[in-house]
Design a binder for this molecule. Structure first.
Ligand code: ZN
Ligand code: ZN
Length: 369
């Protein structure tokens, strides 16, 4: 079938809506009609070329939609008509990472990344002239319809709107997941969250949920910081005006914080965040930067102050297990995820959505195909 989709032809050239060809699902795959797709900064790194993937491709990796068709011999887990959130890492269930309960590192995810295909390494997308067209992270949901692996979907319960489900499958499970899966014994102890975009604000909600205190949030945008305060930050710091390290030390009586989450992915913020840690503290790096981003770790802070730096992909979550928990907390009113939703736009406005993202719009832009 033919579908309209946002195609990135080459890095550095803005994407555009095109008609593309979607092949029938193979065994273990599904056709999903997209209801909502989140505009996440990670995608934009592919537009600029800071991150690389096989091109041309269809953009979009935060999606939710309705299952329209099943591949041959379905196993009964998913039915036509189900609402599902799309995962950008499949859970094959067989590789060492999946067996160890860490499907964010599933080997099939690497196959998707290197081939631009679905978990089997082949594409269901092509251009109308027969030219090859790749998936992005096995999702490519800036499109009317997608073919995805049934190992890359999670059912969405009634009462969770599609745009909330879409962002839950990336920004939220990353930001909340980092707090629930990586941060330990946070209740009553300090945490610093650097970056108040979709991932950082999700971490704020997670930190509030587990009772972190003080809950300090830093960003360079006052409107985002105000939202962080409404979502539970006890202290906000505009790091373009104020010295973040000095403020964190002042708030914590000179000690620093035992936990910090860096949700930006830049050298300067990583280095500053590390300085805000108390002795024995841990910095969790969540933000994706360009492929050549590096940062410096002073050896004395690592050894003499016993600081730790850990990375967390997808919040080190197990999305098929963690997403239903997040949906449950949302339905229970304890994760106000609606507050993260920004403007809704049609696919054709994808570049306006990126402009809004780059100019610091508060709330996640949502494309509605
Ligand atoms: Zn994302
Ligand atoms: Zn696996």
């Amino acid at each position: 079938m033919t579908v309209r989709a946002v195609v990135l032809r080459e890095a550095g050239v803005r994407p555009a809506v095109e008609e593309v060809v979607l092949a029938a699902p193979k065994r273990g795959e599904l056709v999903v009609r997209i209801e909502a797709a989140g505009v996440c900064h990670s995608d934009y790194h592919y537009v600029t070329g800071e991150l690389v993937a096989p091109l041309p491709l269809v953009l979009g990796h935060e999606g939710c939609g309705i299952v329209e068709q099943l591949g041959p011999e379905p196993d009964g887990r998913i039915a036509v008509g189900d609402r599902v959130a799309l995962l950008w890492r499949p859970r094959c269930g067989r590789c060492a990472a999946c067996l160890a309960g860490n499907p964010a590192l599933c080997e099939r995810g690497r196959v998707q990344a290197s081939t631009g295909g679905l978990p089997d390494g082949t594409s269901r997308l092509s251009l109308p002239d027969g030219g090859e067209l790749h998936h992005l992270m096995g999702v490519s949901c800036f499109a009317e319809r997608v073919v995805v692996s049934e190992n890359a979907v999670v059912p969405v319960p009634d009462g969770v709107p599609p745009e909330v489900a879409a962002i839950s499958a990336c920004a939220v499970v990353t930001g909340v997941g980092a707090v629930l899966n990586v941060v330990e014994r946070a209740a009553g102890r300090g945490i610093l969250i650097v970056g108040a975009g979709g991932v950082g604000l999700s971490s704020v909600m997670g930190a509030r949920l587990v009772g972190a205190n003080p809950l300090i949030v830093a960003d360079v945008d006052d409107a985002k910081l105000e939202l962080a305060r409404e979502l539970g930050a006890t202290h906000i710091v505009n790091s373009s005006r104020d010295d973040l390290v000095g403020e964190v030390l002042r708030i914590t009586g000179g000690e620093g914080v035992p936990w910090a989450i860096e949700a930006v992915g830049r050298q300067q913020t990583l280095e500053t965040t590390l300085e805000c840690l108390a002795a024995g503290g841990t910095m969790v790096a969540l933000g994706l930067g360009s492929v050549d981003t590096r940062f410096t770790v002073p050896l004395n802070q690592l050894v003499q102050r016993q600081k730790r730096v850990v990375g967390a992909l997808y919040g080190s979550s197990n999305p098929p297990l963690d997403l239903p928990r997040i949906f449950g907390l949302y339905l229970d009113g304890r994760l106000p995820l609606d507050r993260l939703i920004g403007d809704r736009m049609p696919l054709a406005d994808v570049n306006l959505a990126y402009d809004a993202l780059l100019s610091g719009a508060v709330g996640r832009g949502i494309l509605v195909p």
